[in-house]
Design a protein around this ligand. Structure first.
Ligand code: GLN
Length: 247
């Protein structure tokens, strides 16, 4: 039986706006296709994981305070994470964890939370803590050559700068910063995004893109995933896209 192994980082600390739903959706879509999924949670104090033992690493979002709590622990794995990224392990990072893979996060009071510095982007909160990018968001991205609309929900004070390879172009909402045209970061096997949602329940095509990437890499093949009955998801998406994109 085929299997994907998922490392779920800091589930007790990073879990905003249904981020755990992403794990559930991954498991559901794998199970429907007869593929086993093993989800291994990791948090502060647990046995050190080797990120290279996994096919997919997932981390959700968290407020500044939570980011401050785990940043030091995460930094311990910098070299291991770098190696795993180089080896093609897929990383899906939402909001707070997205920020922590960059150079740093500067909070409202000017405090610096160090990032892993694996990527060159950096994030700074605005001095006015009431100024946050909050609301529904739709972006356009390219998945294996196919234009795909991604729907989500953003809530971040942090403004992210210096993105060369965004996840997508903003059609509705803010993105990496207020009024930005770009959202998130996407480089090979890393997708980092401000989109909660849960992201994967609203975007089955993205879920399948990630599943295919992981299977192709692990089994050195070019998988054609068995289509699932996404009628309900399609109806929801149409309803949301009509609401957000037609004025
Ligand atoms: N602390 C971050 C910010 O407000 C992340 C918030 C989040 O993960 N939703 O910018």
């Amino acid at each position: 039986m085929k299997e994907l192994r998922i490392l779920y980082l800091y589930p007790d600390i990073l879990e905003l706006y249904g981020d755990f739903g992403n794990i559930q959706v991954l498991q559901y879509r794998l199970e429907q296709r007869g593929i086993k999924s093993t989800v291994v949670p990791y948090s502060i104090g647990d046995t050190h994981p080797d990120f290279n033992d996994y096919d997919l690493v997932f981390a959700g979002g968290g407020a500044d305070q939570e980011q401050g709590i785990l940043a030091e622990d995460l930094l311990k794995y910098k070299d291991n994470i770098k190696k795993a990224i180089k080896n093609g392990v897929f990383f899906l990072l939402i909001c707070g964890s997205y920020q922590l893979f960059g150079k740093y996060y500067k909070g409202v009071e000017g405090n610096i939370i160090p990032g892993l510095e694996i990527f060159n982007y950096y994030t700074e909160a605005l001095a006015d803590r009431k100024k946050r990018c909050i609301g529904n968001i739709v972006i356009n991205t390219n998945l294996n050559g196919k234009e795909t609309k991604i729907i989500g929900f953003e809530n971040h004070g942090g403004q992210t700068f210096n993105i060369d390879t965004p996840f997508g172009n903003v059609l509705f909402g803010n993105g990496n910063k207020f009024g930005d045209k770009t959202e998130g970061f996407f480089l090979d096997n890393v997708i980092a995004t401000y989109l909660h949602g849960p992201l994967l329940s609203k975007n089955p095509e993205l879920t399948d893109y990630i599943i295919k990437h992981c299977l192709d890499r692990k089994y050195n093949d070019d998988f054609i995933l068995e289509p699932l009955n996404d009628e309900f998801e399609k109806k929801c998406r149409k309803q949301l896209l009509d609401r957000f994109l037609t004025n």
